[in-house]
Design a protein around this ligand. Structure first.
Ligand code: AMP
Ligand code: MG
Length: 413
C-alpha cells in the first residue's frame, strides 16, 4: 500500500503530465467578482506611490532649518490639501498649511503637526516644537516604484489585492477559470438532506461537505446527486461526471459486495493509479484519470471523505488553478500530549491547534472515528501522525493542516 506522500506525488505528477503550464485557462472577471479567485497576471505599479512627497499629518510644511530652535514664528503663504496642491514654493521664514495626504510643496522639507502650533498674528503661525528634516513626510515612491511588481500571478485575490488592483485601474481581472468538479454520492442507504431518514437510512451529508470543500479550494462544484449501488446507476452518473475537469465520488470503494465504483470506473476507461493509501481514516481512496479528467473515488465515511479530499483533491485543485505547487498545505506544531503511532499506516486526525509563545501547539480532540462528524467539528486542524512504531512524546514536532476555523479563531483573539 502506498503512503500519503507517494499518493500525493502520484496525483501531482499526473497533474503536471496532463496540465503542465496550461492547467486552467485564463478568463476575465469584473473587479468586484474577483475575490477568492486566482490572479493570472503579474501586476506592476504604473507610477510611483505615493506620487509625490506626502504629508502624514495635518499641520504646517516648513523649512526644517527655520525651526531648529523653537518656539519660532513663520509666515503662512498658502494651503496644500488633498486634491489641490500649493502651487508656489516655501522659502525660508515661510510655511504652508497642509492636510494629511496632501503634497508637501517644494522648498519645505518637514511638517509640524497642528497640535505643536498656535495661531499667531494675522497670516502667521507660532511653531512650538522643532522638527528634523523629513518629519511627517512620506517620500515619493516609498510604497512602490513605477514598474515594480506588486502582485504576482498565482495569488489568491482578497480584499487587499482588490484594493491594489482598483488603485491601478483594473476594471477586469485575469483569473483562472474554476475547475468544474462533479460530485456523486453513492449508496442505497442515502436520502436527501431535506428528507427524514427511514430505518437503515442516513442523510447524504457527503454531497454538501464535498461541495463546501470544492468551493473553499476555489473550484466550481457540480452536484450530480445520489447514485444507487447498482452498476447501471453508477454508469449513468459517472459518464455524466467524466465530462467535467474532476469527478469525485463518495462511498462504494471498500471491499463490500455493493462497492462497485472502481469496477464501473475501469469499465468507463478510467485508468486507476492507486486504490488504497496506508492511512487512517481514508484507506480506500481511489485515484485515476480518463483523458484530461481526474477521478477520485473517496471513501464513504464522512470524516474519511473530508480527510481524503483535504490530502489529495485540494492540492490537485490548487495546482490546476495555478495557485502554487499543491504542496503548501502543511504547518508544523509541537504536540501538547503524547500520541500513539501505528507501524502500518499514518493517521490524519481531528485536532486543535493554537499559536502560543511563537509556535503552534496541537493535540487531538475527542473523536470516535471516521463516522464522527461531531468530533470533527470540535477540531480546527488535521494532525498528521506518521507511520511508525511506538508513540510521539509531548513536545514532538508534527505536521498539520489548518482548517479555515483556525484562521477564524486567530482573528477572534
Ligand atoms: P461505503 O464505503 O459505501 O460502505 O460507505 C461507508 C459508510 O459511509 C456508510 O456505511 C455510510 O454510513 C457512510 N456514507 C456513505 N456515503 C455517505 C454520504 N453520502 N453521506 C454520509 N455518509 C455516507
Ligand atoms: Mg456504500
Amino acid at each position: 500500500m502506498i503512503s500519503i506522500e507517494q499518493a500525493l506525488d502520484t496525483v501531482l505528477a499526473r497533474t503536471e503530465a496532463v496540465a503542465g503550464d496550461d492547467c486552467m485557462p485564463v478568463e476575465s472577471v469584473v473587479l468586484a467578482d474577483s475575490v477568492g479567485r486566482v490572479l493570472r497576471n503579474d501586476v506592476h505599479a504604473d507610477a510611483d506611490s505615493p506620487p509625490f512627497d506626502r504629508s502624514v499629518r495635518d499641520g504646517f510644511a516648513v523649512v526644517s532649518a527655520d525651526v531648529a530652535t523653537a518656539p519660532v514664528e513663520l509666515e503662512v503663504v498658502g494651503e496644500s490639501r488633498a486634491g489641490r496642491s500649493y502651487e508656489g514654493r516655501v522659502a525660508s521664514g515661510q510655511c504652508c498649511e497642509i492636510m494629511t495626504g496632501a503634497e508637501v510643496p517644494p522648498g519645505a522639507d518637514a511638517v509640524v503637526m497642528v497640535e505643536d502650533t498656535r495661531p499667531a498674528a494675522r497670516g502667521r503661525v507660532r511653531i512650538l516644537r522643532s522638527v528634523v528634516a523629513g518629519r511627517s513626510i512620506q517620500a515619493a515612491g516609498t510604497e512602490c516604484r513605477k514598474g515594480e511588481g506588486v502582485l504576482e500571478s498565482g495569488r489568491r485575490i482578497g480584499s487587499g489585492e482588490i484594493g491594489v488592483l482598483a488603485s491601478l485601474g483594473y476594471v477586469e481581472v485575469p483569473v483562472s477559470r474554476k475547475p468544474r468538479v462533479a460530485i456523486v454520492s453513492t449508496g442505497d442507504e442515502l436520502v436527501d438532506v431535506a428528507q427524514a431518514p427511514g430505518p437503515a437510512q442516513i442523510r447524504n451529508s457527503n454531497g454538501v461537505t464535498l461541495m463546501a470543500q470544492v468551493m473553499e479550494a476555489g473550484g466550481d462544484p457540480v452536484p450530480l446527486g445520489i447514485a444507487r449501488d447498482t452498476a447501471d446507476d453508477l454508469r449513468e452518473k459517472l459518464a455524466e461526471g467524466l465530462r467535467h475537469d474532476v469527478v469525485i465520488t463518495s462511498g462504494g470503494v471498500s471491499m463490500g459486495k455493493y462497492d462497485l465504483v472502481e469496477g464501473v470506473l475501469e469499465e468507463q476507461g478510467v485508468e486507476i493509479a492507486f486504490e488504497k493509501v496506508a492511512m487512517k481514516p481514508g484507506k480506500p481512496t481511489v485515484f485515476g484519470w480518463r483523458d484530461r479528467t481526474f477521478v477520485f473515488g473517496l471513501p464513504g465515511n464522512p470524516v474519511s471523505t473530508i480527510v481524503s479530499f483535504q490530502l489529495f483533491v485540494r492540492p490537485l485543485l490548487r495546482r490546476l488553478l495555478h495557485a502554487g505547487t499543491g504542496r503548501g498545505a502543511f504547518l508544523e506544531a509541537a504536540l501538547t500530549a503524547p500520541v500513539r503511532c501505528d507501524p502500518d499506516r499514518a493517521a490524519c486526525v481531528p485536532a486543535r491547534a493554537r499559536f502560543e509563545h511563537g509556535e503552534y501547539r496541537i493535540g487531538p480532540v475527542r473523536w470516535m472515528g471516521s463516522s464522527d462528524l461531531v468530533g470533527l467539528a470540535r477540531a480546527n486542524a488535521y494532525l498528521l501522525v506518521p507511520r511508525r512504531d511506538g508513540e510521539l512524546s509531548q513536545g514532538a514536532r508534527v505536521d498539520f493542516i489548518p482548517m479555515s476555523s483556525l484562521e477564524e479563531e486567530s482573528h477572534e483573539r
